[in-house]
Design a protein around this ligand. Structure first.
Ligand code: UD1
Length: 418
């Protein structure tokens, strides 16, 4: 199994390019099942989760090629509508095939995802939405079986703005008969990338103030589409430079979609700036100051995916800070690992209180999920001594060439077999 060996204390300086967004690419790849022609996608990150989604499409019968971040998908000859347990258990986003399969085949059988390291994570909002669109849903032998003669437009109130449910239901509704109005939808930027791809391919999806309106169309005709850059990788690499006292420039061909994170970094005394014309985000370490309070929220609130990264920065900040997690249970799995490195953190329910310490010390530690893993890389980059991080397959699920990128800006990080 691969591990990272990291020798801390090297300030990071230089320039990097941000890869394509995993969370935008996954639903867009699944959406290729809505077409009757070959789909070409570019800027697709080379990641374990992307490979899993491609494997799932292959099992369904789609033919794919994936080289140099360019993915082609030919879904014209699907032979199956089943997403097996082996894949769904490794990646919950496998359920993204449900919407497109219901829309095009009228039948789908997807293994019930169950829990994951982030907690229970139900999919009731997806399923209630499919029912609203006219599908019947039942659980059979550990699988969710969805059936629909055809889907018809409807009014859906998600109740909670689930990212996954919003994407899945958009994909289900684009080919439905009539108009769908979706209230309490998620507003994460990755959703608008899916919408952009579908609209440019002939879908009719309109974002209104209070709801998304989807007018069903007969068929879609694919355009070649380049997936947006990854805002969580942007935040991670920026934070890596800050925690080491360095300065990094990150190529970013997009608008400012990390403002809630940027504002907290600025409150801490760092300098973060986006030059939209140049397409460059600069992160420069400043003098750490202040007690910071953070509450994770759906977009445009503070993203839960950047919570572990900010937490590690705060563990070395002056003063006492608070983080309240409102999106996922079990999102503080990085805390016990960081305590092993000398951090002073107390957990109270869904909150943590962080008393900043002067230094972290190297220790053997373990990644538990993608972002917890990345936060430990940050801690190791700042720590005194040599840290070994095990179970980095979690990190490989969501970061393209992380060690190569970090090495090229001065980090001492090595991938080793242990
Ligand atoms: C997506 C992202 C993930 C991010 C999260 C929140 C992908 C592949 N993953 O995950 O990186 O952290 O958004 O921004 O894009 N919930 C229900 N019932 C449902 C669906 C969700 O109760 O049917 C709950 C979940 O258990 C969780 C919360 O809603 O507590 C947020 O989930 P959701 O927004 O759906 O996140 P994901 O799409 O799973």
């Amino acid at each position: 199994m691969d591990s990272f060996r990291i020798i801390g204390g090297q300030p990071l300086f230089g320039q990097l390019t941000i890869s394509g967004s995993k969370n935008a690419a996954l639903p867009i790849i699944a959406a290729s099942l809505l077409f009757k022609e070959k789909v070409t996608l570019t800027n697709i990150p080379e990641l374990a989760d992307i490979r899993t989604m491609i494997k799932l499409l292959n099992i369904l019968g789609a033919e794919t090629t994936f080289e140099n971040n360019r993915l082609t998908i030919d879904p014209t000859d699907l032979r199956s509508d089943q997403a097996p347990y082996e894949l769904v258990k490794t990646m919950r986003a496998s359920i993204y095939v449900m919407g497109p399969l219901l829309a095009t085949k009228g039948h789908t059988r997807v293994s019930f995802p169950g829990g994951c390291s982030l907690g229970v994570r139900p999919i009731d909002i997806h399923l209630k939405g499919f029912e609203k669109l006219g599908a019947s849903i039942e659980v059979n032998g550990g699988d969710i079986v969805g059936k629909a003669k055809y889907l018809k437009g409807s009014e859906i109130n998600l109740g909670f703005p689930s990212v996954g449910a919003t994407c899945n239901l958009i994909m289900a509704a684009v080919l439905a008969k009539g108009i769908t109005k979706m209230k309490n939808f998620a507003k994460e930027p990755e959703i608008w990338d899916l919408v952009e791809f579908l609209n440019r391919s002939g879908a009719k999806i309109m974002r209104k103030e209070e709801y998304i309106e989807i007018e069903g169309v007969e068929a879609l005709s694919p355009i070649e589409y380049s997936v947006m850059p990854d805002r969580i990788e942007l935040g991670t690499l920026g934070a890596a430079a800050l925690i080491t006292g360095g300065e990094i420039k990150l190529k970013w061909q997009h608008s400012d979609i990390i403002s809630s994170f940027r504002e907290k970094l600025e409150d801490m005394g760092h300098h973060v700036h986006l030059d939209e014309e140049e397409g460059i985000y600069t992160f420069k370490a400043g003098k750490m100051k202040g007690n910071i309070d953070v509450r994770t929220l759906p977009y445009p609130g503070f993203p839960t995916d950047l919570q572990p990264l900010l937490g590690v920065l705060l563990s070395l900040n002056k003063g006492t800070s608070h983080i309240h997690e409102t999106i996922f249970e079990n999102r503080f799995m990085w805390v016990p690992e960081l305590e092993r490195m000398g951090a002073d953190i107390h957990k109270e329910g869904e909150s943590i209180i962080i008393n900043g310490v002067k230094t972290l010390q190297a220790a053997p530690i373990m990644a538990s999920d993608i972002r917890a893993g990345a936060s430990l890389v940050l801690a190791a980059l700042a720590a005194k001594g040599e840290t070994i991080i095990r179970r980095i397959y979690h990190i490989d699920r969501g970061y393209e060439n992380l060690e190569k990128k970090l090495s090229s800006v001065g980090a001492k990080i090595f991938r080793e077999k242990i």
